[in-house]
Write a protein that binds this ligand. Structure first.
Ligand code: ZN
Length: 284
């Protein structure tokens, strides 16, 4: 099953570019609010699997918003691929990876224009993002997938000057400028994948591939992340978990490379879809 946020309304995606409005199709049983569905996830899945749906209506990708636009918590994991930890000059973490947040004001849908912060060095990080479906607190690795509503594509856009300045790194602020957390194009439930623990992901700038990896190479797999993070705090329905990025970011290149006005960044995860960001100058 695929669900999306189409112009602020929850829809079931029924084809490559067709969707059914959930509030109308359910006769008002489920709200149009794309975030509210995660609070009733099991009930919604049961309805969606049995519902007789009308024919889908055609939509444009540019009208899609974030599949989970107002999470209570966004957890993002750093240094979760060995080759990316190495290019960043850090040791591979043990026990718990570094965790930061992307503040919710940075969240957007899949097709956007992003203003590059003045005086900054803005970098790309394609990531698999999980959306929590049912509260996960102190769950085992074996039970972890049952708490996941689905998967989506994310970009952990990162302004490196602000992120790495000062006596201690400012991961959360450097990664939370407006538009720095595009997600989408929709949420795909785990049962749709042959192996949800082994998905290809990558991104390209102006058609030139800069990152390509597989989620089987995560240092902490999604079930391990959910188990270890939920040992500390409850993960709530509708929360986002950015799982980390593979090698190929601009920070790790010689010479280093940053996003520039006019660049187009296309990011994908196999079996889900793609994000498309265009960059402009001008943000102060
Ligand atoms: Zn990241």
């Amino acid at each position: 099953m695929r669900i999306a946020n189409l112009s602020g309304r929850l829809v079931l995606v029924t084809g490559e570019n067709t969707a059914v409005d959930v509030e109308r199709a359910s006769g008002g049983v489920f709200s149009a609010d794309p975030q509210a569905v995660y609070g009733r996830w099991r009930e919604f899945r049961a309805w969606a699997s049995g519902a007789a749906l009308p024919e889908g209506e055609v939509f444009a990708a540019a009208d899609l918003g974030a599949p989970a636009p107002a999470p209570r918590q966004v957890l993002a994991v750093g240094l979760n691929y060995r080759d990316h930890a190495a290019e960043s000059g850090f040791a591979v973490p043990e026990g718990l990876p570094p965790v930061f947040t992307k503040f919710v004001t940075s969240l957007t849908g899949p097709v956007t224009t992003v203003a590059l912060p003045a005086g900054g060095n803005t970098d790309w990080e394609v990531e698999l993002v999980a959306v929590i479906g049912t509260e996960a607190y102190r769950v085992t690795e074996e039970a972890a997938w049952s708490h996941v509503a689905g998967l989506t594509v994310g970009q952990d856009l990162s302004e490196r000057v602000g992120q790495l300045a000062g006596p201690a790194p400012q991961f959360s602020l450097g990664k939370s400028h407006p538009g720095f957390a595009p997600t989408g194009p929709w949420l795909v439930t785990p049962d749709e994948f042959d192996d949800p623990d082994d998905l290809e992901l990558g991104c390209a700038i102006n058609g030139e591939e800069v990152q390509k990896g597989r989620t089987r190479d995560l240092v902490f797999s999604l079930p391990v992340l959910i188990s270890r993070l939920s040992a500390v705090l409850p993960l709530l329905p509708g929360d986002l978990l950015f799982t980390g990025t593979p090698a190929g970011v601009g920070l790790g290149r010689t010479p280093q490379r940053w996003l520039a006005p006019g660049d187009e960044l296309v990011s994908y995860v196999g079996g889900i879809g793609e994000l498309r960001q265009t960059f402009t100058g001008g943000a102060r």
